[in-house]
Design a protein around this ligand. Structure first.
Ligand code: FRU
Length: 539
């Protein structure tokens, strides 16, 4: 995002930050008073900000969060660091907040890991386990975790300089509990490029070097290093290739086996872009090709997005997951810079997506990423209800019984489509007696999935929020499957076995405590369906 745009990111720590924060809380308080006094909340179900607190998605206890950072697995723990401003519910001087999990679904909050210092705010970056002690920060017996991040020098930016973003490192010898910044920071100076940030570092086995992928305005740069301290520019990728509706941010580069032909491996380059997403604002595109330790060669012929919903940004993957596990796991920030700072939640802002496993599928049209919730979702499953095979017509929706606490829920539904029936539109509707709803559906004529949050409750905090948002075009199929994760204020759709992903947030005045399968046009046959009640046991 544009860090000079004061409408969106507001600089200010100390007193200004505090004043801003109080103002934000007062506005939210007023908003809620407005909601209840219009009589919208019924049956004593008064709207409170806690109504939107996710039950199984990660959120900070309080205050502002954006991108996931430094995700690394080490000695039985998944570390999630994140862009954090502890003094306000809007963006400000960035710290790295910190949490750990043993299973990706239960999280323990830990103290802030990295604070801003004289070199600047601590922007996004990554973390690696330096097992061979290439940095010399640890030893073979006690390897260091090394964080590689961007320093954003606010004074330099305000002075109109172009070189205010540099890369720094810090290390921890106690499983990420405490961090020491490297005395010779920055390790990578700025060549005179305003946007020069979000280093994602990985170990490249074949060349025996660390590779840093760094976003640099309208392209990424690849740097190599033997020790995480000295970096050499290898190459650049992206000018004039892919989507360029906004600045490139938060890249990631990793190798994946091709599904169905595991001997074949390809490299995937993720690049977040803001604005310029397929439904407006922030989104993440990806390229598939090869990387030889120096250069990335792109094979994708069209623009590809990891998620077509409006609320999955800056997603990157964990490093150091053991080969015996072998998964490539991504977490994204479940918001969009268009409205992230004005969504009606307090005393926190933003949540992360549920962790997803990425796979690479291949068909006649080329390679596509597949994302599915990590299997650990099963640890949250409490009660399963099967839904019988049913023909759904426009005048005969299928009500799905859901528990008195309407979320968290996981819904799996498979539909078969009569070949002749060309014009159907159907979906799963979450709704309440107040006329509020979110519909997650499929439109055959357009051959696209969609999420309609136009009547989802509070939407007028931003002109960019309400609306019907569509996926890319889906290959014709006689069966359509939905996998939904539903939390207090979000839905994640994994359709066509994860080939289509859409993530969106919403803020109903009253809980969406009912669910039905609706046909908006034509008939559709539910061939199998299950609804799981999930536990809210996140910590
Ligand atoms: C992406 C981003 C990054 C930057 C961070 C600052 O959302 O703009 O490019 O490092 O947020 O908080």
């Amino acid at each position: 995002m544009n860090h000079t745009d004061c409408n969106r990111k507001i600089y200010g720590s100390g007193l200004p930050g505090l004043v801003l924060n109080i103002a934000v809380l007062l506005v939210i308080g007023y908003l809620y008073q407005g909601c209840t006094s219009t009589g919208n909340a019924k049956n004593g179900d008064t709207v409170t900000t806690s109504q939107y607190r996710p039950e199984f998605h990660f959120t900070p206890d309080s205050m502002w969060m954006n991108d996931p950072n430094g995700m690394v697995y080490y000695e039985g723990e998944y570390h999630l660091f994140y862009q954090y401003y502890p003094d306000s519910t809007v963006w400000g001087p960035m710290h790295w907040g910190h949490a750990v999990s043993k299973d990706l679904v239960h999280w323990e909050h830990l103290p802030i890991a990295l604070y801003p210092d004289s070199l600047g705010y601590i922007f996004s970056g990554s973390a690696v386990a330096d097992i061979n002690n290439t940095s010399g920060f640890g030893s073979k017996n006690q390897p260091a975790l090394v964080a590689i991040f961007t320093y954003h020098d606010i004074k330099g930016e305000r002075a109109g300089r172009n070189d205010f973003q540099t890369q720094g490192i810090a290390y921890s010898l106690d499983k990420g509990r405490t961090w020491t910044k490297y005395e010779n920071n920055p390790v990578l100076k700025n060549p005179g490029q305003r946007d020069f940030r979000d280093p994602k570092v990985m170990w490249h086995k074949e060349t025996g070097t660390w590779i840093m992928t760094l976003a640099s305005g309208d392209h990424v740069c690849f740097y190599s290093s033997p020790n995480l301290k000295e970096w050499t520019l290898e190459s650049e990728f992206g000018k004039g290739i892919g989507a360029h509706g906004g600045v490139w941010e938060c890249p990631d580069l990793f190798q994946l086996p091709v599904e169905g032909s595991p001997a074949e491996k390809k490299w995937v380059l993720l690049v977040s872009i803001n604005p310029g997403g397929p439904n407006g604002g922030s989104a993440t595109q990806y390229f598939v090709g090869d990387f030889d330790g120096h250069r990335f060669t792109n094979e994708s012929t069209e623009i590809k997005w990891t998620d077509y919903g409006k609320d999955n940004y800056a997603g990157v993957t964990f490093s150091n997951i053991p080969e015996s596990d072998g998964r490539r796991i991504l977490i994204g920030w479940m918001s969009n810079w268009q409205y992230a700072q004005v969504v009606p939640t307090a005393p926190w802002r933003s949540a992360m997506t549920f962790p997803r496993v990425l796979k690479l599928a291949k068909d006649a049209t080329g390679f596509s990423l597949q994302s599915l919730p990590v299997d650990e979702i099963q640890l949250l499953r409490e009660k399963k209800t099967d839904v019988p095979e049913t023909l759904i017509t426009a005048d005969k929706p299928l009500e799905l019984a859901i528990p008195s606490q309407p979320y968290p829920l996981e819904v799996l539904a498979g539909f078969s489509i009569p070949a002749s029936n060309q014009a159907y539109v159907f979906g799963i509707e979450l709704y309440n007696d107040n006329g509020e709803k979110v519909v997650v559906g499929f439109d055959r004529q357009q051959s696209k999935f969609f999420i309609d949050r136009s009547k989802s409750g509070l939407t007028d905090f931003s002109k960019d929020f309400a609306g019907v948002h569509y996926s890319g075009i889906v290959q014709p199929a006689s069966a359509i499957d939905f996998h939904l994760l539903i939390d207090a204020a979000s839905v994640e759709l994994f359709a066509m076995n994860g080939l289509v992903t859409m993530t969106e947030i919403y803020f109903p005045l009253q809980k969406l405590d009912k669910m039905k399968i609706v046909s908006i046009k034509g008939n559709v046959e539910l061939s199998n369906g299950s609804v799981y009640k999930l536990t809210s046991d996140k910590y």
